[in-house]
Design a protein around this ligand. Structure first.
Ligand code: SF4
Length: 193
């Protein structure tokens, strides 16, 4: 005989809804660019530029993107990994299936409030240092669904974003350009962070 479930489907939905409502309430303002935090740290006068340059050089050549996608932009992200564009040139062809091995989250597509807690949890499970690229107008600002009750008006409401890639969808070339921008940003990072 099947055991009785502890909670009904309606009760579980209600609990999940409470979590989403709490996240919406806590996400009224965009999170500032992480680089601003770095500036604050550097203003404390710590001089470690040589070590930084060495470590950042290694980091920029060994990014491991997290393999996940949300909507149509995902297909452009996937195509950037195929032979025509060849991410191996940047040392980032190995997409990871677990956040514990990834250091780059590419948010490609429309993020709904229902999905937002899962994306936030993935980001929290990634080890530092980690970076986020918001790919496409949906990830940047909600895109064509910005006024919808169910769509997050920009992924920077729930996690800090390093680089934004405009477009609907952006072409793989645009995503590539964002990788170059991110690599430049990484070179200005500091272990103080
Ligand atoms: S930005 Fe355009 S292509 Fe990308 S997920 Fe939104 S609607 Fe789809």
């Amino acid at each position: 005989m099947e055991p009785e479930p502890l909670y009904s489907a309606a009760e579980l939905d209600k609990e999940e809804g409470k979590g989403v409502e709490a996240l919406i309430a806590a996400s009224a303002e965009p999170i500032p660019d992480p680089a601003e935090w770095i500036d604050e740290e550097l203003q404390r006068g710590v001089l470690i530029t040589t070590i930084d340059a060495f470590i950042n050089w290694g980091r920029k050549w060994s990014l491991h993107p997290l393999a996940f996608g949300l909507a149509c932009c995902t297909w452009e992200m996937f195509s950037s990994h195929f032979l025509r564009y060849d991410m191996a040139r940047l040392g980032m062809e190995a997409m990871r299936a677990t956040p514990r091995q990834g250091d780059l989250m590419i948010v490609a597509g429309t993020l709904t409030w229902k999905m937002a807690p899962a994306v936030k949890m993935l980001w929290e499970q990634m080890a530092e240092p980690k970076w986020v690229i918001a790919m496409g107008s949906c990830a940047i600002s909600g895109g064509p669904f910005a006024d919808s009750y169910s769509v997050v008006p920009g992924v920077n409401r729930i996690i800090p974003v390093d680089v934004y890639v405009p477009g609907c969808p952006p072409r793989p070339e645009s995503l590539y350009h964002s990788f170059l921008m991110l690599r430049e940003k990484i070179m200005h990072d500091s272990i103080v962070r």
